[in-house]
Design a protein around this ligand. Structure first.
Ligand SMILES: Nc1ncnc2c1ncn2[C@@H]1O[C@H](COP(=O)(O)OP(=O)(O)O)[C@@H](O)[C@H]1O
Ligand SMILES: O=C(O)C1=C[C@@H](OP(=O)(O)O)[C@@H](O)[C@H](O)C1
Length: 292
């Protein structure tokens, strides 16, 4: 029994580490998961692009999905294990939601293997990935903001303390995104949450702007506020402005994401290419995760 699915990465509009409310938008970098269920004992995971990566998250995603849906799938008792493998063009632990893309792709691939992919609501499937991310310790708030943007596409605004979707907007608020990823990694679980909580009033303001549909202004305010809290440089943001319509530190960094007209973003990319690391120009996505 096997299944395969893919899910996009995402960029930040509002980091949820200050108040639990977060917002994100899907971008066209993808992670694909292949799941095989068989009679072996337990699950073993591999990450093609990063052989040393921690595979707990994807293994937990398969286990949690089976816990929830093995009865509905009428799965034979003898099926207790298998393999899960991901291939990805999302850099790991760089603020571009590699964990959410991997979790969503794995949960959907498992549902595909069970023959249930079309029967389970996408948000429900996304919450299984969030549960697994909490089990694996790769998240602070559960990161439903990032997970829902990746699963559903477009912009999502969520209350992560209650695992509630507040808004899902598929309108193409920005077609293109420029991304600058410095060479270092930053694991969300290591973020200075207390420092983020100190800027909760700024996060409330960003949430108001986002709920008003003012995503580009929201992300720029978010970027300056969280660069301050997390001691990240605001210089890449200043290099993007005023050409970009909006720019932010993505998640807990180290990546920065800018949105706007393609020509303007080309200019931003030219400046960012002088920096160490990787600069990309990608499309934003209004569609989310899917089986293959
Ligand atoms: N392609 C992948 N396959 C398996 N696990 C992954 C993959 N990408 C990310 N992860 C998991 O997510 C963790 C990184 O999560 P996190 O620090 O939140 O970074 P990000 O901001 O990119 O989501 C990794 O340590 C790994 O456990
Ligand atoms: O772990 C978490 O709860 C979160 C991590 C951050 O993202 P990254 O994983 O991209 O750093 C943040 O943007 C998100 O709102 C919540």
């Amino acid at each position: 029994m096997d299944g395969r699915a893919t899910a996009p990465a995402a960029g930040t509009i509002l980091n949820a580490l200050a108040t639990g409310t977060g917002a994100a938008f899907a971008i066209d970098l993808e992670t694909t998961a292949t799941v095989e269920l068989d009679g072996s004992e337990g699950f073993s995971g591999t990450v093609e692009s990063a052989p040393d990566a921690d595979t707990t998250l994807i293994e937990r995603c398969v286990e949690r999905t089976l816990e929830h849906y093995r009865e509905a799938a009428d799965l034979e008792e003898s099926v207790q294990g298998g393999t899960v493998a991901t291939e990805s063009d999302v850099p790991l632990a760089s603020g571009l939601k590699s964990s959410s893309a991997a979790a969503n792709a794995t949960v959907l691939a498992t549902l595909d293997a069970l023959g249930l992919a079309d029967d389970v609501d996408q948000l429900e499937a996304c919450l299984v990935g969030v549960e697994a991310a909490r089990d694996a310790g790769v998240t602070v708030t559960g990161a439903l903001d990032d997970a829902s943007a990746s699963m559903l596409g477009g912009v999502t605004i969520t209350d992560n303390t209650e695992d509630r979707l507040l808004e899902h907007d598929r309108s193409d608020f920005a077609r293109h995104a420029a991304i600058y990823t410095p060479p270092e990694q930053s694991f969300s679980a290591d973020a200075d949450v207390d420092a983020c909580k100190r800027i909760d009033s700024m996060a409330d303001l960003v949430a108001e702007l986002a709920l008003d549909g003012r995503y580009t202004e929201a992300m720029t305010v978010n970027g300056f506020a969280f660069c301050g809290a997390l001691e990240c440089s605001t210089q890449p943001m200043l290099e993007a402005l005023p050409d970009a319509a909006g720019v932010s530190l993505s998640g807990t960094g180290p990546s920065y994401v800018a949105v706007g007209d393609r020509d303007a973003l080309e200019t931003v990319c030219e400046r960012w290419r002088d920096r160490p690391g990787t600069t990309r120009l990608v499309r934003t996505r209004t569609d989310g995760a899917t089986t293959l």
